[in-house]
Design a protein around this ligand. Structure first.
Ligand SMILES: NC(=O)c1ccc[n+]([C@@H]2O[C@H](COP(=O)([O-])OP(=O)(O)OC[C@H]3O[C@@H](n4cnc5c(N)ncnc54)[C@H](OP(=O)(O)O)[C@@H]3O)[C@@H](O)[C@H]2O)c1
Length: 304
């Protein structure tokens, strides 16, 4: 390994199956491309199959021998999450890497098909359900890992997971930060539960710093345009933003339960490193209550 960890440090992944949610765009696309370059079989879990198949073509243009495929997954709808899990399990017998990457940021208020505020529903609850539905496959795959995406925005968030529908007082940034903090708590709590059941699968959280992607381009409000402009000025490439995910997914020194992010000033850019911020933010009983609530809301019960 050089001084800075890059995708060149990833070992051969031939024979490993990876699922990348939102693998058609931004950080998810760069993650999928790097995994395919190293020989993994990659399933892009996408809400729009046209975009997914286009991403498959873009990966194959770089890696002609890539084993890559797109399957429909709309995290806005738990029926779609269940359908994805069944289709995946019918077609693949192992799952080495589940990358819970897809996300939305600062949309106007709307609710998911199941009645949750959309950021909390898509970014967190959909991934909670997906991981639970794929747990059996993760358990039987040696050295499997689940990687969940947090955010710098969550570092100042308070762990309050009570106004799940958000209909009373919707503040887009607050809900985004809460959804990302929930993903980070989930990653740590999952690791705790896997370990206490003596299951070898590892769960890791990470964040991509500030990366130039289309995350903020779906909303035309002036504040979002200004934020997007600042991201363009100070952000790093999506390829760099993918490194914390790739490190969490493949680095051999990972034990499970870490939080990985860029090593640069204020965490906005740089090469992947282990951070202690999640250990400081984490509150056991809140994570435990969030888990119980999530099982109830999604109807997905984890069978360790
Ligand atoms: N960029 C940053 O600076 C930054 C910072 C912190 C955290 N993050 C996190 O990084 C992750 C990737 O974001 P990105 O920056 O790469 O943004 P992006 O380019 O907008 O990618 C987001 C991906 O999520 C997919 N997605 C959105 N809603 C979905 C749904 N209902 N079901 C399934 N997939 C859905 C999108 O699909 P479509 O293409 O069909 O819309 C897209 O593939 C997100 O979790 C985000 O919160 C990003």
């Amino acid at each position: 390994m050089g001084i800075f960890w890059t995708k060149n440090d990833i070992k051969d992944l031939t024979g490993k199956v990876a699922v990348v949610t939102g693998g058609n765009s931004g950080i998810g696309f760069q993650t999928s491309l790097a995994l395919a370059e190293k020989g993994a079989t990659v399933v892009l879990a996408v809400r729009n199959l046209n975009k997914g198949n286009d991403a498959v073509d873009r990966i194959k243009a770089v890696v002609p021998q890539a084993n890559v495929n797109a399957i429909k997954l709309d995290l806005n709808d738990l029926k779609s999450v269940r359908a994805f899990a069944s289709e995946f399990k019918n077609n693949y017998k192992s799952l080495s890497l589940l990358i819970n990457n897809a996300g939305i940021m600062l949309p106007p208020y709307r609710s998911t098909e199941d009645g949750f505020e959309s950021q909390f529903g898509v970014n967190y609850l959909g991934h909670f359900a997906l991981t639970g539905l794929l747990l059996e496959t993760l358990k039987k795959t040696p050295n499997s890992r689940v990687v969940s995406l947090g955010s710098l925005a969550a570092h100042k968030a308070k762990p309050e997971f009570s106004n799940i529908k958000g209909s009373k007082k919707y503040k887009p940034l607050k809900f985004y930060s809460q959804s990302k903090l929930a993903c980070m708590f989930f990653a740590k709590e999952l690791q705790y539960r896997l370990r206490s059941h003596h299951i070898a699968c590892k769960s890791i959280a990470c964040h991509p710093g500030i990366s130039k992607t289309s995350l903020l381009s779906r909303n035309t409000k002036l504040t979002n345009k200004l934020t997007r402009y600042s991201v363009r000025l100070v952000g790093q490439s999506a390829e760099m933003g993918a490194l914390p995910i790739l490190y969490a997914a493949t680095e051999s020194s990972i034990r499970g339960g870490e939080y990985i992010g860029p090593d640069g000033r204020r965490g906005g850019k740089g090469y992947p490193t282990e951070l202690d911020i999640l250990d400081n933010l984490f509150v056991d009983h809140v994570a435990n209550n969030l888990w119980t609530l999530s099982e109830k809301l999604t109807g997905v019960t984890y069978r360790f």
